[in-house]
Design a binder for this molecule. Structure first.
Ligand code: DGL
Length: 281
């Protein structure tokens, strides 16, 4: 079991920001990553649909023998975390790590004035998962804003320019009006827009994303459950995309994981395995 991979998934490439943080903190672990590109994006879809897609992907990861599940997608975490913990942790003894609570902890630590802005997809914002998660800190005031076009910009490779800045000004206006000192980037794609968000919010505002804190939760779970990989051979990472084509996944994977993404090897089936990532650090 210790040498089994970590099962990490997202609606597409966004969860690679989380996979990257996991690989940085746990370089001896193997990752089996699924991008559910057949159903991407999750953000604008009804949460019930997202829940069904996410459970199906996690069933598949469990069938492939992963030792721990990481819901590396904010919309999916908002939609399915409780059900996933019930089904996989209580039902099958497989720990499940998600991205909402780690980000909330990090933001609560970062704020000085107890005003936190949370930005995410329409699904995440409407679910109020972040607002609920902050209830444990009653002194904290949360201002939410959905930023649906941010995912489009990132996937088009646009991280600056007048159109993005104008959209960002509009989305972030309620956060500025409330004087938040911390912005929680509640979507896998938003760390790639940190520069634009910082430019709009001003240099004094802290940006918090869930990637590192989530990787830390994975680390703690592995240690706690005595699940760290013991093999001394180089871990083999596998990347899969669902649907008919892996092209959208492939086109973006390098931007999210870094220049170390290797060549890819496609298998034309429903789930498309993409060859191992080798990081030469
Ligand atoms: N991965 C999604 C999230 O973090 C963003 C992309 C999508 O809408 O599927 O919410």
């Amino acid at each position: 079991m210790n040498d089994a991979p970590l099962g990490v998934f997202d609606s597409g490439v966004g969860g690679l920001t989380v996979a990257r943080a996991i690989l940085d903190q746990l370089p001896n672990e193997a990752v089996l990553y699924v991008g559910d590109t057949a159903h991407s994006p999750y953000g604008p879809k009804p949460l019930a649909d997202v829940r069904a897609y996410a459970l199906a992907v996690m069933d598949d990861l469990v069938a492939q023998g992963v030792k721990l599940l990481v819901i590396a997608c904010n919309t999916a975490s908002a939609a399915v975390f409780r059900d996933a913990r019930e089904r996989f942790t209580h039902g099958a003894g497989i720990p499940v790590v998600e991205v909402v609570l780690p980000a909330v902890r990090a933001a609560a630590r970062a704020t000085r004035n107890n005003r936190i802005g949370v930005i995410g997809t329409v699904g995440t914002v409407n679910s109020r998962a972040y607002v609920d998660a902050f209830v444990a800190n009653p002194a904290i005031e949360v201002v939410q804003a959905a930023c649906p076009r941010f995912v489009e910009f990132v996937e088009a490779g646009i991280t600056s320019g007048p159109e993005l800045f104008a959209v960002a000004e509009e989305y972030l206006a309620p956060l500025k009006a409330e004087g938040v000192d911390t912005v929680l980037l509640g979507c896998t794609h938003y760390p790639l827009l940190s520069g634009a968000i910082r430019r709009v919010m001003g240099p004094g505002v802290r940006l918090v994303s869930s990637a590192e804190e989530t990787a830390n939760d994975v680390y703690q779970e592995l240690v706690e459950h005595d699940l760290l990989r013991t093999a001394t051979t180089r871990p083999r990472h596998v990347f899969e995309a669902t649907g008919e084509s892996a092209t959208p996944f492939l086109a973006l994977a390098r931007r999210f994981l870094g220049p170390e993404v290797p060549d890819v090897d496609l298998v034309q089936t429903g789930a498309i395995p993409i060859q191992a990532l080798r990081r030469n650090r």
